[in-house]
Design a protein around this ligand. Sequence first.
Ligand SMILES: *Cc1c(COP(=O)(O)O)cnc(C)c1O
Length: 482
Amino acid sequence: MTMRYVSTRSATAMGSFTDILLEGLAQDGGLAVPQAIPIWSPEAISSLSGLAYPQLAARVVHAFADDLSLEILEVLASKAYTVEKFRHPSIAPLTVLQEAPHSRLAVLELSNGPTMAFKDMAMQMLGQLFEYQLKQKGQTLNILGATSGDTGSSAEYAMRDKQGISVFMLSPEGRMSQFQKAQMYSLQEPHIHNLTVTGSFDDCQDMVKAVSADLAFKSSMRIGTVNSINWARITAQVVYYFAGYFQAVSAFGLRFGELVDFCVPSGNFGNVLSGHVAKSMGLPVGQLVVATNENNVLDEFFRTGCYRPRKSAETYVTSSPSMDISKASNFERYVYDLVGRDPQRLAGLWRELAERGEFNLAGDPAWHAVERTGLVSGASHHAARLETIRKVYDRFKRRVDPHTADGLFVAQQFLRPPIPMVCLETALPVKFEETMLEALNEPVPKSPELQAMEKMQQRTLSIGQDVEGLKDFIRQHALVAT
Ligand SMILES: *Cc1c(COP(=O)(O)O)cnc(C)c1O
């Protein structure tokens, strides 16, 4: 039986996995979710524990994408997750932080991919899925997006060698780190377009929205997105919770079925939502710790039951910038589960959000469901971030990036030995040199390849804030199948 997808805000059918592959958003404003989460028996799950990462990925993704064959998914996953791209045979290796002999703390490395951030884990698979699907249909795709750093870069590195796909990525002029600029802007592929906007990330996003609002233009130019609400990205991220669990069982000498806790540096709630999906499928996950930075929208919800997205002006620029969000795009999918997957109820809450700017679940039966899901939260801040980077370096001789440090800081408040805590590493420190220098008083060592990358010619086009200019540029450069 093929898995069907529905909108969170109505029972409207959205088709199968390949139907929603290019668009996670429903016409009614809701998000695509599977009609039911597949549940696996403990035996079925433990039988996967010996698989290599690409084979594991094919099995897990197939549970949500059963309109593609397992064989095809294995081919695509084997191309997405190579040792060459991820620089490690396990793709997502687990490292125990050895202190005392009884350490129960580990880091799951998700940032060894081409752009050194965890977004590669999903984006590399997405690139393969897109290319395969477009070839099947004889179509092309022009990806239009806005980035403040990690997403755009990860998307470009995943799509740079894909046939029939071009990327138009808007970034805020002068607001990205030297390293981020070098990584993105040094790409020379003719179908990768880095367009800089005079303004903030929000201005970039407004321009994307303005172009996408022109539906005729959007469809004739074959424009699509790869933003964080893309369901295929969520699915691909479920895989490393399984990989992390299996590695923790062996590293900590657990019996299969014993719980493992995870801590997740969070922004748009995509990463931790994937953990929630893994747990819902039957993976023995205990707590899922949501770690936020100063932009604590999510922490506020888990402490008080009140969800109150911030205005742009209330969103802080922090030293863990990839978690600087005003609202958590994927949160709607989690709340959908909390309200018993009732689309009327969910739509009601989001109407309230539109009208009053917030909703509060405290005292509601849905609030008790939070406990069952195992999600708890905490917030970090600049001083705690630096302190954690220093402490981890002193104790374990390991440099962790500012986002991972937020996770490790918050995780401390939820340790419950002997249950292991696995902290997800979401980026490598070399991406955030200024903060690392501030914390450790010494520069992060840089490989000759990265030094060379920073000296490469950069290729961008400044488009100011001109929406019509952007459309003209797309008209001239879009790949449209004839
Ligand atoms: C995107 C990102 C996050 C936040 O992940 P979400 O899925 O948006 O919650 C955290 N850390 C880094 C380094 C990121 O790039």
